[in-house]
Design a protein around this ligand. Structure first.
Ligand code: WTA
Length: 649
């Protein structure tokens, strides 16, 4: 079927029921939906996690604050590592790590992981980390990143991982917000054959973090990097024990803070999304097992996300390890040294479950199916998608060229805030439809509301959650007012996700994208205002407005409208300077794809920038209603300028 046909064909007419063979062996059976809410989370809580002390109360819901598994004591690292070794699974591979340079691979068994986590935890202790010390982690996709996360969990030290693509300002803002005293980083990372100077960026960031006392530096590329005496410590130089008895797992309360993950909201300041210990672990372990149908003894599971985002936390580190899985971690990009890299990895390790994002699938579509055709990827038996709505053409390509028309595809909707997958198909149960996230996970209650807050049985509106779930965020770190305002105010009594959704005649949920000022670029969440403030921070910029436009590859692309100061005219140099300025302020992934220079921005009479109109211009749509504009001529002017906008493409 031609791709255009798929896009125009109502995707609802394409139905993919599970095969009888898959259903017969699936972890999740149809009756999994029948379990009452309390019973479902009670039994998963008891069975999937080893408790030092059992919980006494399932949950407490004082809107909007939920607590789960009250009274329980446990340790996340113990559940993810030690207990598997104690159960005799020490020789099972936890991670097949594949470095970006092709000759560098490591097979890390659960016994290895235990020793390495203990060593890392002892190193952290030596530089002053104890229960409650906040730690920032700024690394690439090396095994030590997972080890640092687990070491913090072992010690009861709450951590925040900052994606290695972020710039110094973004790192220092996050460290200051959380009050981080220690930073774990590495000399450099590899990206497309070039070293990325993580330690140099970390040094710049630490200058702006008065509370930072020490840094632990992992050697990766081996190139020389500056080290500050008294503050910076090479990990390999610290003489510490790797004997588990030397560093017991700290018993933590169910509701103790596990980590904070910063994500973009609708203002310039990122939100620190807080996750606690027990509910988060139960949530990610349960979803990982049922949705990915994990058979820990035989599957090789690969989530091709970055650990620096929530997907990597929940579905590379915590969920899979809690379930005793064998996973792949790949350090590099899918196009290095060539377009075959991913399929080489699938073939080499016999990957059976692959979880990735639509933007990656679209990149592979662009590169062509011949690259995957050179490899035997018949080990695959299940595919997953996350991060944005998957367009039906990409779904069909994934199904055909990667799934060999035999693998079920799970389209999983969730967020940094939700911690775990909330809407998804179950591979042996649900009839999949390309582009449709289908149903709430068992024990999850979702609904669609209209503007008036009334339930929409069939049709479009706002996606909300009606009941708490174990892995839900406990709040925005240090800003409860913003937490209440962002998620709980629009529809009192409901968690408002910020996404539009439609329920079809079968009761299945289709995600329609964000309804706020948040963009989704290659699966990265970015706020328009965050980029605007980076732009106006440039000395020559008077004003800036940013919006997303649809993009065939990245889902959304960033368009910036910029008014320069004085009489300065636009130039290609200025365009590059501004794009680089955003890269320096936030990170290269946040660079605008287009910049439109304009003498004025369209505003309402009260001075609010009309992003809806800018979006229309960016999308080349007919201009919408402009009657509330202070100067409606501006937008027409803009539209003609946009047509000749300076772009790097
Ligand atoms: C979007 C990533 C449609 C959505 C796990 C959400 C999706 C935001 C899907 C969260 C999906 C994620 N279908 N949209 N399967 N998965 N989204 O916090 O807009 O980085 O609100 O978490 O991504 O992005 P975040």
């Amino acid at each position: 079927m031609a791709d255009e046909t798929i896009e125009t064909l109502s995707a609802e007419t394409l139905h993919f029921p599970p095969s009888a063979a898959f259903t017969a062996q699936a972890n999740a059976r149809a009756d999994v939906y029948d379990a009452p809410f309390e019973e479902f989370w009670e039994s998963n809580g008891r069975e999937r996690v080893t408790w030092f002390e059992p919980f006494t109360e399932l949950y407490r819901w004082e809107l909007p604050h939920a607590e789960w598994y009250l009274g329980g004591k446990l340790n996340v690292a113990y559940n993810c590592v030690d207990r598997h070794v104690e159960a005799g699974l020490g020789s099972r591979v936890a991670f097949h790590w594949e470095g970006e340079p092709e000759d560098e691979t490591r097979a890390i068994t659960y016994a290895d992981l235990q020793r390495d986590v203990v060593r890392m935890a002892n190193a952290l202790r030596k530089i002053g980390v104890g229960k409650g010390t906040a730690v920032a982690i700024y690394m690439g996709m090396v095994p030590e990143l997972a080890m640092a996360i687990l070491a913090c969990s072992r010690l009861g030290a709450p951590f925040t991982v900052v994606f290695g693509g972020f710039a110094a300002d973004s790192l220092s803002d996050r460290m200051n917000d959380m009050g981080c005293e220690v930073l774990v980083t590495q000399d450099e990372a590899w990206r497309r054959g070039k070293p990325v100077p993580l330690k140099v960026v970390a040094d710049e960031a630490m200058q702006a973090v008065p509370g930072v006392r020490a840094a632990l530096v992992v050697r990766r590329t081996g190139n020389a990097v500056p080290m500050t005496d008294g503050r910076d410590h090479w990990y390999h130089d610290l003489d510490v024990s790797d004997d588990p008895a030397s560093c017991p797992c700290e018993p933590m309360d169910s509701e103790d803070l596990l980590f904070v993950m910063y994500t973009s909201g609708t203002t310039a300041k990122p939100k620190g999304i807080a996750h606690t210990t027990a509910g988060y672990l139960v949530g990610v372990a349960t979803t990982h097992s049922l949705i990915f149908d994990l058979k820990a003894e035989s599957d090789v599971y690969w989530c091709a996300a970055d650990i620096g985002w929530i997907t990597g936390h929940s579905y590379i580190v915590f969920g899979p390890l809690c379930n005793g899985a064998t996973s792949v971690i790949y350090e590099g990009t899918p196009d290095y040294p060539n377009y075959e890299r991913w399929w080489e990895i699938v073939e080499r390790y016999g990957v059976s479950i692959l979880y990735t994002a639509p933007t990656a699938i679209r990149a592979h579509i662009k590169w062509g199916p011949e690259h995957v055709g050179k490899h035997d990827i018949s080990s695959l038996r299940l595919l997953g998608s996350v991060g944005e709505p998957i367009n039906p053409a990409a779904w069909m390509w994934y199904h055909k060229h990667i799934g060999g028309e035999r693998c079920p595809i799970v389209d999983t909707w969730w967020q940094t805030e939700t911690g775990m997958i909330l809407l998804t198909s179950l591979p042996g149960v649900t009839t999949a439809k390309p582009g449709c996230a289908t149903r709430p996970f068992p024990g999850v209650f979702a609904a669609v509301l209209n503007e008036e807050g009334e339930r929409v049985e069939h049709g479009s509106g706002y996606l909300v959650l009606e009941r708490p779930w174990p892995a839900m965020t406990r709040g925005i770190f240090g800003d409860d007012a913003r937490f209440q305002e962002t998620y709980w105010k629009k529809f009192p009594g409901y968690y408002f996700a910020g996404d539009g959704a439609r329920i079809d005649e079968d009761g299945d949920f289709w995600l329609l994208g964000r309804v706020d000022d948040v963009m989704n670029v290659s699966g990265h969440r970015l706020s328009t205002i965050e980029i605007e403030s980076a732009l106006v921070d440039h000395p020559r910029v008077a004003e800036a407005a940013v919006c997303g436009r649809s993009d065939a590859l990245t889902g959304e692309a960033i368009v910036a409208y910029v008014t320069l100061k004085g009489n300065e005219g636009p130039s290609v140099e200025m365009l590059e300077e501004l794009r680089n300025h955003v890269a320096v302020r936030i990170g290269a992934f946040a660079k605008p794809a287009n910049i439109v220079f304009t003498p004025e921005l369209p505003k309402t009479r009260s001075g609010k920038i009309m992003r809806r109109l800018l979006r229309d211009v960016a999308e080349n749509r007919a201009i919408g209603d402009t009657t509330t504009l202070a100067d409606s001529g501006v937008v027409l002017e803009l539209a003609s300028r946009a047509a000749e906008s300076l772009t790097d493409e």
